[in-house]
Design a protein around this ligand. Structure first.
Ligand code: GLP
Length: 271
């Protein structure tokens, strides 16, 4: 897998947005042949979304023929709750880009039959032709979407109980009150992400350093679910210096060296 170590989050965000924009532009999507994008929530992708919005504003990128599938959603909070992932996506991306509403897919955490909702979501992804590019972040315990430690690496979209660690980490968004954080969520599975043609994972900040070390320098393990990226033919981790704190000096030097050309140039849109 490729590992790109950027000096800071701003550079990481710009590089990632331009990389995604280039993928969409190269694909030249049409209504008959849309580009299918998997998207995360969390603080990690916010800078990327800001850069994508800027590109749309400048008329250098369009989401007209892009279909999106979000990774996850809490169970039991209204869509207009400020912490719901529906609300988050509108606030940080969808309200500012030209994507048709009907092209947006987010799991419904209030569906009467949650299991059916999850099964249908998998089918919808299949009907769309599969995901071309899945962007993700990770939790401090190395989880991807809401695939908590111990999740099957072959898992599909389903209901998950959140771990105490995740509830604690996410309580910062719920008035720092762990009692307000939902206990369950709907999430795409590890395998749902891995089936995408390409997977980009953002790992930034000191609090992700331990997870990055596990994922890069240790083996594939269900306790660090994102480590399965090691098996993906087109998997990429995009991190900042802060997140590399627990990596060996040699590992950091190695990946910086093989990506030096990519990191030296500021990101450009292909014409
Ligand atoms: C939640 C989301 C994940 C996200 C993680 C980290 O658990 N379900 O998709 O990657 O938070 O969020 P942040 O980027 O804010 O650290």
């Amino acid at each position: 897998m490729r590992i790109l170590i950027h000096e800071n989050y701003q550079q990481l965000a710009k590089w990632t947005a331009y990389y995604m924009a280039n993928k969409i532009r190269e694909f030249n999507p049409t209504p008959e042949k849309p580009f299918v994008l998997g998207l995360p929530t969390g603080s990690s992708p916010i800078g990327v979304y800001t850069e994508l919005i800027e590109l749309v504003k400048q008329d250098r990128l369009t989401f007209q023929n892009v279909i999106t599938f979000n990774m996850d959603e809490y169970v039991g909070i209204p869509e207009n709750h400020p912490q719901s992932y529906h609300y988050f996506m509108d606030k940080h991306l969808f309200n500012y880009i030209d994507i048709p509403r009907e092209n947006i897919n987010i799991l419904n955490g209030n569906a009467a039959d949650l299991e059916k909702e999850c099964e249908e979501y998998e089918k919808k992804i299949e009907r769309a032709g599969g995901i071309h590019l899945f962007l993700g972040g990770i939790g401090p315990d190395g989880h991807i979407a809401f695939n908590e430690p111990g999740s099957s690496l072959k898992s599909k979209t389903r209901i998950k109980t959140l771990t105490y660690d995740t509830i604690l980490a996410n309580s910062r968004f719920f008035d720092n009150d762990i009692k307000k954080v939902p206990r369950t969520a709907l999430t795409v599975g590890v395998d749902t992400v891995m089936k995408a043609q390409e997977v980009l994972i953002i790992i930034n900040g000191y609090n992700k350093a331990r997870a990055l070390q596990k994922v890069v320098e240790e083996g594939i393990n269900h306790m660090w679910t994102v480590s399965v990226l090691q098996l993906h033919p087109k998997g990429m981790i995009i991190c900042d210096e802060d997140a590399t704190l627990e990596l060996k000096v040699g590992t950091v030097k190695y990946f910086k060296d093989i990506e030096k050309e990519e990191l030296r140039n500021s990101p450009k849109l292909i014409e």
